[in-house]
Design a protein around this ligand. Structure first.
Ligand code: ATR
Length: 272
């Protein structure tokens, strides 16, 4: 049986083994997928050990996505753009680094939430690794505008500058939270503020009735961002769909078949 795993630290609560087991059963693929704790100073060695054991591919989560980017011998265009790798493919040509996070987010927005990105005004909150990973896939859907807002304004401006040429004239811009001028059709929270129960300080008017407000975080309860957005008329969504979709995209990279995600998402939601 072909072997896959997810590397992280910590990794105990990862939902990826259950998600990939469900995908394998659904598509009739023969494979195993396990969670592996890599030492904080031993990621590369852990990957090499897994390859030596016959591993065919791996997902990579916190805190190893930048190290995985360095370790890869070749990078897909979207992994280059993201500056981080969440999916490794061990091939005869070497270790290929890919990033399926952005594709997962876009699939969740377009297919699961049923909201088109094309022609819309999109606000991306945050300019760290999670935000960077989704900029290219968002731009591929040709939004009318993509505003990147961050607590550290210079980081948002720099990220916008890097992607400006890809978005078309005047589409991508960066600013601080205070300079954001709404309303937006889609607001994506890619800051880690929700982890601390914090809310990016947004001015009034960012949300309108029907705005899709997506937090990349998830939990049994709505995040503070989701609560705030709902209170301002937005349709709030957490990051569980993105998690399942990035997994489906990784599964497709490895196995050449794209699993259906609806039932897996439904089951994960029920178990939160
Ligand atoms: P990740 O990989 O999760 O994106 P990161 O690269 O450390 O982690 O980036 C964290 C992001 O969340 C950054 O955009 C950070 O803002 P700064 O660039 O100003 O640090 C943002 N962030 C973290 N805590 C925040 C908070 N309490 N309020 C607003 N933004 C926050």
């Amino acid at each position: 049986m072909d072997r896959y795993c997810v590397f992280g630290n910590p990794i105990g609560h990862s939902k990826s083994p259950a998600i990939h087991a469900a995908f394998a059963a659904q598509t009739g693929q023969q494979l195993t997928y396990e969670a592996r704790l890599a030492p904080l100073d031993g990621f590369a060695a852990a990957v090499q050990a897994f390859i030596a054991e016959g591993g065919k591919g791996a997902n990579v989560t916190v805190p190893f996505k930048l190290e995985a980017h360095k370790l890869a011998q070749a990078l897909t265009v979207r992994a280059q753009a993201a500056g981080a790798v969440n999916t490794l493919h061990f091939t005869e040509q070497g270790i290929i680094g890919d990033n399926t996070d952005g594709a997962g987010l876009v699939a969740d927005i377009v297919n699961n939430a049923g909201v088109a990105i094309t022609g819309k005004r999109v606000l991306l909150l945050g300019a760290g690794g999670a935000a960077r990973g989704v900029v290219l896939p968002l731009l591929e859907h040709r939004p009318a505008q993509l505003v990147i807002a961050n607590r550290t304004v210079a980081t948002a401006e720099e990220l916008a500058r890097q992607f400006a040429a890809l978005g078309g004239a005047g589409v991508v811009s960066g600013c601080g939270f205070g300079q954001v001028e709404g309303p937006f059709d889609i607001v994506i929270n890619a800051t880690s503020a929700s982890l601390q129960g914090d809310l990016p300080p947004l001015p009034d008017g960012v949300f309108a009735p029907g705005t899709l407000a997506l937090d990349m975080m998830y939990g049994a309860q709505p995040t503070v961002f989701m609560q705030y957005a709902s209170g301002h008329g937005a349709l709030a969504r957490d990051g569980l769909g993105m998690l399942v979709e990035q997994a489906a995209e990784a599964f497709a990279v490895w196995r050449g078949v794209h699993p259906a995600t609806g039932e897996v998402l439904h089951r994960l939601r029920a178990a939160l």
